[in-house]
Design a protein around this ligand. Structure first.
Ligand code: 5AD
Ligand code: SF4
Length: 443
């Protein structure tokens, strides 16, 4: 028998990348590889990378530097760089990082076994071809680093929105939807294996569309099909583009108890001038009207967003527009970033990255401080309420406690009784911090 070789995969960046690493895991398993969590025993190391901001790339560069010594002691070790950084930098990365043997873009993972073979004959191997149809639809991802409760399913790939700051349309290529049947089957299999929460992933899930015979399946139809698998299976999704989120979807979320009441709707900025330069294709007023629709149709829905501080030409007044929008929307949670110019994007070509670094940092800090206050207020208003919580794991801070999430995606901590991951418990909230709700189990 052929003894399996050992593969170590390290993933950076977004959830989509983690999901891609599970696809890579499946492809490699088919080709006589086992996944190891100890890189010292690995025959092959893959680093799945992110290019969204410069610091994401810098982290990978640092990692590659650290891997040099391992490669010195282990001459046959093969190192591959996968994902967005591979796609963006192509052969340049092999020239700059001498220890890298393989470069594979996000649509080239089926080709990894061949790339490995050609490295074994002493070459460097590269495939950065983007595809218009690859969705890895038929591949059952290997859940190699999972708590057995939460799973992620990619339902589409790529993005064609071309927000001016964003590298994704260049690194992940054209938008394409995955066969709906394979998505439903994967969700059913995961449920049967004990998973209780599935997040449907795509750069812009609201443009999901699949023609199944005579039936046209849009995102609302798809999420409904997943919700109908079993009432014990929770469904989440990310990410929606504000220009595309329809009322029809909001009504479906309201209708099903197991579709989670949490919407991530990245706004990026509260200023119309900046939104226009970002090519976001909506105004502050339109965004506000979508938030109003969510609050009206799903009153208990949590809303989260992404914000970028210090985009090109952002004035103090534009920044204040962002702060006032945050106050108005009362976001429950925000991912907050400094603008980082990405080579070859429309912003890099046509606009000046002219907000000084210290001003970017100052504005980001103001955004963070305000959001801390808003998150704390949002959590305070949950004190006294009872939530159905999906148990995920032992609490990180105390083995006497467990943690899970409510439908609104807030982390809830409660004393351990007889619960195990995957159970649902009702928790009455008694205390909170800005990041967590703390409570006790009630019948
Ligand atoms: N600089 C800073 N943040 C960015 N994002 C995307 N591109 C950039 C960039 N160049 C942020 C956006 C997006 C999130 C995934 O990352 O807020 O919604
Ligand atoms: Fe980037 Fe905009 Fe596409 Fe999101 S929608 S991946 S920010 S281009």
């Amino acid at each position: 028998m052929n003894i399996p070789k050992k593969l170590y995969i390290e993933t950076y960046g977004c959830q989509m990348n983690f999901s891609d690493s599970e696809i890579v895991g499946a492809i490699m398993k088919e080709n006589n590889f086992d996944i190891t969590f100890d890189k010292k025993e690995a025959d092959v190391i893959f680093i799945n990378t992110c290019s969204i901001r410069d610091n994401a790339e810098q982290r990978v560069r640092k990692r590659l530097l650290e891997l040099r010594s391992l490669k010195k002691t282990k001459k046959d070790l093969i190192i591959g760089v996968l994902g967005c950084m591979a796609e963006r930098l192509k052969e340049q990365l092999i020239e700059e990082e001498k220890i890298v043997d393989i470069i594979a873009g996000p649509d080239a993972y089926r080709n990894l076994p061949q790339l490995l073979s050609s490295v074994k004959s002493g070459n460097k191997a590269i495939n950065v071809l983007l595809s218009v149809e690859e969705t890895y639809a038929d591949i059952s991802p290997v859940k190699y680093d999972s708590n057995g409760v939460n799973a992620f399913i990619s339902i589409m790939r790529g993005c064609e929105n071309f927000c001016s700051y964003c590298v994704v349309p260049y690194t992940r290529g054209k938008e394409r939807s995955r066969n709906a049947e394979t998505i439903i089957n994967e969700a059913k299999e995961l449920f049967e294996k004990g998973f209780r929460e599935i997040t449907l992933l795509g750069q812009n899930v609201n443009s999901y569309i699949w023609k199944s015979g005579e039936e046209l399946v849009n995102f609302t139809n798809l999420i409904e099909k997943v919700a109908l698998i079993d009432p014990l299976l929770r469904v989440r999704f990310a990410t929606s583009h504000p220009k595309d989120i329809p009322d029809e979807l909001l009504f479906t979320i309201a209708k099903y108890d197991n579709i989670c009441k949490a919407i991530h709707l990245p706004v990026q900025s509260g200023s119309n001038h900046i939104l226009e330069l970002m090519n976001r294709k909506y105004t502050r007023e339109y965004y506000m009207s979508r938030i109003e629709a969510i609050k009206k149709i799903i009153p208990d829905c949590a809303i989260s967003t992404d914000l970028i501080a210090g985009f090109c030409s952002e004035s103090e007044e534009n920044h204040i527009d962002t702060l006032s929008l945050m106050e108005w929307a009362k976001f429950d949670f925000v991912f907050m970033f400094n603008y980082s110019e990405r080579p070859n994007t429309a912003a890099a070509k046509k606009l000046k990255d002219d907000v000084p670094e210290e001003i970017k940092l100052k504005r980001l800090q103001q955004i963070i401080v305000l959001q801390q206050k808003l998150s704390k207020e949002s959590n305070n208003s949950d004190i006294g309420k009872t939530f159905k919580v999906l148990v995920e794991s032992i609490s990180k801070k105390s083995t006497e406690h467990m943690s899970g999430r409510n439908s609104q995606n807030k982390m809830v901590i409660f004393p351990k009784i007889n619960n195990k991951p995957g159970d649902y418990v009702n928790v009455r909230i008694t205390k909170c911090t800005a990041a967590t709700l703390i409570g006790e189990i009630v019948e």
